[in-house]
Design a protein around this ligand. Structure first.
Ligand code: NDP
Length: 293
């Protein structure tokens, strides 16, 4: 029997509606939640993401600022913009779109962002808070979105064996941190390119999360029948017949895996839309923490 689809578009819509409602509560106390996005250079995919973030903000009734900087921007110029946004009371959340041009040091930029405005959750202070379970930080938006998907589809996490393929700081590691929190209570295994005999891990997963960056990497034989499969991957695959010359594919071979899995996210329309929804929510949370005199 084909797997149940976990509809990220619908869940993201619900979250964005909730955020828009709560923005009104903030406005009533005189705070207009504001998000600033800094884009350095003209990477096509990044430009699309940034435009979508701006539109989503405005639709939710938030204040949105996009700062576009040339590809020749120096580290000093970028840090100066971050400082300016740190000091701007109209901005509650900010992010610097990655990747940055080679002359810029992403780690230094991330560390310069005020942790209270770091709605991407990449600052070491927020990463640390996530690990120790302090609730006043920010979790990275993509794994936070996966948690919302699991929660709203009532996927049981307590005692579940969760296997994550990928150990990046933006997906794999924070995903594991969220899943082992008390109250979520999953048992987590993180796999990576040096994992021996990957399939023995993936085949015992009640929940399998793929964040690898390789199209259709997870095949049906790697999945336990009935498992929940979450596909974080977004990969461009050449397709001459497509309008842009490519199509988007996840890290999971959806056609075959959906015949084995119990629940599965599609790509596109799964985890992707949740990332922006969670960014809006984190910005709202940042604004709600502002004390009004
Ligand atoms: P990274 O490249 O930072 O990490 C990929 C991970 O996959 C690494 O830990 C790597 O292992 C592991 N890996 C690579 N090859 C294998 C293999 N053969 N077997 C097992 N593990 C392997 O990617 P990200 O975490 O940034 O992103 C992962 C995917 O998610 C990408 O497709 C990206 O586009 C997508 N993404 C989607 C988002 C969304 O909004 N939906 C947001 C962020 C990312 P090692 O560490 O050993 O190299």
């Amino acid at each position: 029997m084909p797997a149940e689809l976990l509809d990220g578009v619908a869940v993201a819509r619900t979250i964005r509606d909730e955020v828009a409602r709560d923005v009104l509560v903030q406005k009533a106390r005189g705070v207009i939640p504001g998000l600033a996005v800094v884009l350095v250079g003209e990477d096509a995919a990044s430009s699309v993401y940034v435009r979508n973030k701006g539109r989503a903000c405005e639709e939710a009734g938030m204040h949105s600022v996009t700062i576009r900087m040339p590809v020749t921007t120096t580290q000093g110029e970028l840090l100066a913009v971050v400082d300016q946004l740190n000091a701007d009371p109209a901005i509650h959340g900010m992010l610097v779109q990655m990747p940055l041009p080679v002359q810029c040091n992403a780690d230094e930029v991330i560390r310069r962002i005020d942790p209270a405005k770091d709605v991407d959750g990449f600052h070491p202070i927020n990463a640390g808070k996530l690990i120790i379970g302090e609730k006043d930080g920010f979790a990275p938006c993509t794994p936070a979105g996966v948690m919302e998907l699991l929660r709203r589809y009532e996927v049981k996490t307590a005692g579940a064996d969760v296997v994550i393929i990928g150990r990046s700081n933006i997906v794999g590691k924070p995903m594991a941190s969220l899943l082992i929190q008390p109250g979520i209570d999953a048992t987590v295994t993180i796999c990576h390119s040096r994992t021996r005999d990957l399939i023995t891990h993936t085949r015992r997963a009640d929940i399998l999360i793929a964040a690898i960056g390789r199209a259709k990497f997870v095949t049906a034989d790697m999945v336990k029948p009935g498992a929940t499969v979450i596909d974080v991957g977004i990969n461009r695959v050449d397709e001459p017949r497509a309008k842009n010359g490519y199509v988007l594919a996840g890290d999971v071979d959806f056609t075959t895996v959906s015949e084995v899995a119990g629940k599965i996210t599609p790509v596109p329309g799964g985890v992707g839309p949740l990332t922006i929804a969670m960014l809006l929510r984190s910005t709202l949370v940042a604004a709600s923490r502002v004390v009004v005199a």
